[in-house]
Design a binder for this molecule. Sequence first.
Ligand SMILES: O=C(O)CCC(=O)C(=O)O
Ligand SMILES: [Fe+2]
Length: 261
Amino acid sequence: MQSIIDLDRYPLDRPGTPEWQALVDRAKADLARDGMFNLPGFLAEVARAATVAELAPKFATEAFTHKRRHNIYFRKTVEGLPADHPALREVETVNHTLCADQVGGALAELYQWPAFAAFLAATMDKPALYPMADPLASHNVMSYGAGEGLNWHFDRSEFTVTLLLQAPDAGGSFEYRSDLRSEDDPNYDGVARLLNGADPELRRLDLEAGTLNVFRGKNTAHRVTPVEGGRNRIVAVLTYYERPGARFTSEEQMGFYGRVA
Ligand SMILES: O=C(O)CCC(=O)C(=O)O
Ligand SMILES: [Fe+2]
């Protein structure tokens, strides 16, 4: 793992040691304050560059172009909401996605490394986290070219873990609105306000390549703004759940990846 992660700076291989605990405590404090934490330089530079190079031909030939109009829920209908409710306003997403069964290499190794899941679980005060059993959704790599972005949505999982593999020249910012809804309150009016561009609590983050970002995506609305310039924004998304065996439905697989597996 030393060749994949900067273990000197981020001692994930030494659980329970004071330096490991200090890192967990810092991540927890950031999560409590900001709904996210960032570990810059997490991915070793050699592994980062090699991963981008390995994936380039796959993006050129076998990636799924995820292009669709959708609402923030990625669902056709929402029970109790009329089809013309402003919370269901549609937005457009375009990016290029490689699924778990196409990725391999350092990212697959990191995804399956038990010490990584154990570290993440500790930062979230959970007894354990497990990789998904979904051959497509468990980890993805997405590439966004000029004019492309991932529009407003809530995630399926409580937390989302991303690793930025390549930063764009400009644009491609991560914008988010923390705690826009809760388990008890869908806050449709607040969702409508955000979609109308009128939410003052919107925040923006521009990450450096190699940064690990963990955020509460289930109730935090977020998007990636359109990339500008010639260099693609490339990001790995690693998804864990509190129970083993998690899978997307066939309909979700079709919508996000254009195939079922
Ligand atoms: O590309 C990113 O930084 C965010 C990705 C994301 O929100 C997702 O995959 O659900
Ligand atoms: Fe997301």
